[in-house]
Design a protein around this ligand. Structure first.
Ligand code: FPP
Length: 295
């Protein structure tokens, strides 16, 4: 939001100088060049970069979140708003994920978890769209398995959810990414696929009920620690910050148990347009709230 305002302020200033110059016919050419010119945009993007860099320095001087989770929403709306095919929106979403991973690694944030496909998505989307999404996960996970950034940073990749509900080709790609990164532990990248927070709790409760029936756990020993231990992502800490893009302010069945104390951050930006500055602003907001409440 602030970013857009800053950009339009500089843009408006350049435009008003150009308009003023246009009053004098003799200099109409330079005026036209100035407004809508590459020069104007280069000034704008340079200022954007400087602002992002400064924000980056500020957030790095304070305690960063250890675990960020993202609800990557708005691929289709991005496509519609740019008159692109739906599939292009999802493709741009996949490319954005790679970029965001790079920014997260640069900040030295150990855990990144993303919501890539919900159990509801599987039931509610047309099979044609689901098929192209599955193609994208297959390609994306195989790319991740070979990505030099993943290997040079020792990033362990894992997928969680009701993986058995996914087509074979996606399961193979998951195994490929998991196997190729299994020995790493410096960073953990978790992709939630065929995932639902309620389903995860149901699965944990079923397991605990089974353990109780087998005499492995007594009723009085069942507590939140025991439930947490049986979640899909039991080995990673709860998220400090959850970001959702594209304007909806709800959690949509994402990590329901784990976000009990997480800071939630919502932005209007569609996922494929999510910028480094947007990420930094989310972290800045998290740091501000933690400071305010003395955490
Ligand atoms: C939600 O936007 C997004 C998805 C259902 C898919 C997200 C997938 C990716 C970003 C690719 C991930 C790739 C890998 C390898 C994990 P939407 O389709 O609901 O868009 P809308 O909210 O505008 O309708």
């Amino acid at each position: 939001m602030g970013d857009k305002m800053g950009r339009s302020t500089i843009g408006n200033t350049v435009d008003s100088i150009a308009k003023w110059l246009l009053k004098f016919r003799i200099i109409s050419k330079p005026a036209r060049y100035l407004s809508n010119s590459k020069l104007a945009w280069s000034i704008v993007s340079r200022t954007d970069r400087i602002r992002t860099k400064r924000l980056g320095t500020r957030i790095k001087n304070e305690k960063l979140p250890e675990h960020i989770s993202i609800i990557m929403d708005g691929n289709r709306r991005f496509a519609w708003s740019h008159s692109l095919e739906r599939e292009i929106g999802h493709l741009r979403g996949k490319e954005k994920l790679k970029q965001v991973m790079e920014w997260i690694l640069d900040l030295n944030i150990k855990y990144l978890t993303v919501y890539a496909l919900s159990t509801e998505n599987i039931n509610a989307r047309e099979s044609e769209e689901l098929d192209s999404l599955y193609d994208l996960y297959e390609i994306g996970l195989n790319e991740i398995a070979e990505d030099s950034l993943i290997h040079s940073n020792n990033v362990k990749v894992q997928a969680v959810g009701r993986i058995e509900e996914l087509p074979e080709r996606v399961k193979v790609a998951i195994k490929n990414a998991e196997n190729k990164t299994a020995s790493y532990s410096d960073y953990i990248f978790t992709v939630c696929l065929a995932y639902g927070g309620r389903e995860e709790i149901v699965d944990a409760v079923k397991e605990i009920a089974g353990d109780h029936a087998d005499g492995k756990i007594k009723l009085e020993n069942i507590n939140s620690i025991e439930i947490s231990k049986r979640l899909y992502s039991a080995d990673i800490p709860d998220p400090d910050l959850v970001i959702r893009t594209s304007g909806e302010e709800r959690i949509s069945n994402f990590l329901l148990w784990q976000i009990a104390y997480s800071e939630l951050y919502f932005t209007d930006v569609h996922w494929p347009s999510f910028s480094k500055n947007d990420l930094y602003e989310a972290i800045e907001s998290y740091q501000y709230r933690r400071r305010k409440y003395g955490k």
